[in-house]
Design a protein around this ligand. Sequence first.
Ligand SMILES: Cc1cc2nc3c(=O)[nH]c(=O)nc-3n(C[C@H](O)[C@H](O)[C@H](O)COP(=O)(O)O)c2cc1C
Length: 191
Amino acid sequence: MDVMDAIYGRRSIRKYTNQEISQADLEAILEAGTMAPSAMNLQQWHFVMVRDKALIEESREIMSKVFDTFKPVLTERFSKHPHIVHETGDFMKTLGGAPAFLLAFISRPDYNNSLPALSGVCAGIENMLLAAYEKGIGSCWLTAPITAHMESEFERRFAPGKGRFVAFVTFGYPDEDPPVPPRRSGKYEIL
Ligand SMILES: Cc1cc2nc3c(=O)[nH]c(=O)nc-3n(C[C@H](O)[C@H](O)[C@H](O)COP(=O)(O)O)c2cc1C
């Protein structure tokens, strides 16, 4: 697949079929994450892919609580589009039926300037979204647990002592084909 096709074709998917993702595909997605650039080549990420049903259920319960806390922020941001609040609630309470999800952590929170460290982790996440898309696998990147100040629940459960929570990313075969959310103009310039 052409890289530009992947960049323009990828969408956040919030509804998945129940088809499992193969171990080989999950490993290939994780490997793509580790091929991202990182500041001083520190590779300061720790990625945890979860496919175990009991762990998915446990996370779904945490994410339901996250939504209850996050809802006022979302309601304010989308005051003119209440259906988005409703749909996001459905997604977070069910994880869209995703058969797998990824937890991304910064493994070097002590690094004296953590913005470069965070940038590397995010580059890895984007690589994984695009690698998944190339395989027909959809994804959605979530940071709502941070907005709800509940990220420590994931740190304690999935990576104790290994890092700081950066993102939760669902993966699965899409059961929806959402339109492109409009992009704002005037967001770049060439000098
Ligand atoms: C850092 C980050 C955090 C996000 N957090 C959430 C989230 O908590 N819940 C959610 O449903 N979508 C979340 N998204 C997905 C965005 O809503 C989505 O990327 C945006 O609406 C543009 O849509 P697109 O990904 O289909 O281009 C997040 C995306 C990013 C990059």
